[in-house]
Design a binder for this molecule. Structure first.
Ligand code: SF4
Length: 343
């Protein structure tokens, strides 16, 4: 089973607090048992053997706030399908591999991925608030990429010594699964590197636990001199409820530019009406649709794949329905390429 070790989780998930609405509590109490997930949605045990098979490869993790947006008794619910393990994850499919983006080739320091000119990606947390079944990092060796404070100093020195780096990207896992004290320290140190201009944060936490956007988070976001961009990850319009809209409003109020990237997923958002509604709802929440990724060919996720020809047809149709600024760019990440590759 792919689990993120208790030690690692302990290092990033802060101590549980008393307030039941507190994001740390919600993170600690996320559903981690396939049987409980099915029971909470009123689904029978018919789905359990498959769920257990997938769970053995990559554990279930679903926060309550995300579960609350699913339709009870609907095994095809588009949010449930993103998180419910299935037997197909055990299929071995040619071309679907454990490290589809060959990130291991671009890891000059523990927790640091330097693939693109001018930008570096820092693995700021080994944990996620939710485990998405299609995740391209579902096999990522987080245990080997969780830097200590001393290793962070080496990473900061690497950035300081390369004036071509203008942007630091916090990724994970989900960087916002880390505590604010740790993140505030890191962002303050990044801000001291004169040639850095931007901080980018790739996160799903404001979507799956909107209470993550609290005063402590906003404080360090507002304190940095770096221009800050947050790239959310929302695949379906049903993921955007009132609490997500409020979280986005607070982030924008703190001067954060909000973008979204989605993954095109078979059976979840592979129809033009869903993608159109997603762009509209994103923009209403103050989030610009940015990328629509085709699936990275990660082992265990082949059943989510949508062929390129179908993806192109969908986006052509979407173009006739949406204003240009609401149309996400259809891209693929190709190992070794200097940027994302448009389809
Ligand atoms: S939140 Fe992002 S990194 Fe975490 S499992 Fe989902 S897709 Fe992967």
């Amino acid at each position: 089973m792919i689990t993120r070790s208790p030690d690692l989780l302990q290092s990033v998930i802060p101590t549980v607090a008393n307030d039941a609405r507190d994001w740390q509590t919600q993170l600690a109490q996320a559903i981690r048992d396939p049987r409980e997930l099915l029971a909470r949605l009123g689904l029978d045990d018919h789905w359990l053997p498959g769920a257990n098979q997938g769970h053995a490869l990559f554990e279930v993790r679903v926060p309550e706030a995300y579960l609350a947006r699913m339709r009870p008794k609907d095994p095809q619910d588009p949010l449930l399908r993103q998180v419910l393990p299935v037997t197909a994850e055990t299929d071995s499919v040619t071309g679907f591999v454990s490290d589809p983006l060959e990130e291991a080739e671009h890891t000059p320091r523990r927790g640091l991925i330097h693939k693109y000119h001018g930008r570096v990606l820092l693995i700021a947390s080994p944990a996620c608030a939710i485990n998405c079944r299609y995740c391209f990092r579902r096999h990522f060796p987080y245990a080997e990429n969780s830097p200590s404070r001393a290793q962070w100093e080496e990473t900061l020195a690497y950035l300081a010594n390369d004036p071509s780096i203008q942007e630091a990207i916090l990724s994970g896992g989900d960087p916002l699964a880390s505590g604010d004290k740790r993140l505030a320290w890191l962002v303050e140190r990044l801000g001291e590197i004169a040639h850095l201009r931007r901080l980018r944060i790739h996160t799903r936490l404001p979507v799956v636990i909107p209470d993550r956007v609290d005063d402590a988070l906003l404080a360090w976001l507002q304190a940095t001199r770096l221009q800050t961009v947050m790239v959310l990850h929302i695949n379906h319009p049903n993921e955007i409820d009132a609490a997500v809209v409020e979280a986005c409003t607070r982030l924008r109020g703190a001067g954060v530019t909000l973008l979204n990237q989605s993954v095109l997923l078979r059976g979840i958002n592979d129809d033009v009406g869903t993608l159109e509604e997603l762009s509209e709802r994103l923009f209403s929440a103050g989030v610009l649709p940015y990328y629509l990724h085709v699936l990275d060919p990660v082992a265990g996720a082949a059943h989510f794949d949508v062929p390129d020809s179908e993806a192109l047809t969908l986006v052509d149709e979407l173009r006739t329905r949406l204003a240009g600024f609401l149309l996400p760019r259809l891209v693929r990440e190709v190992p070794g390429e200097a940027s994302k590759t448009p389809l």
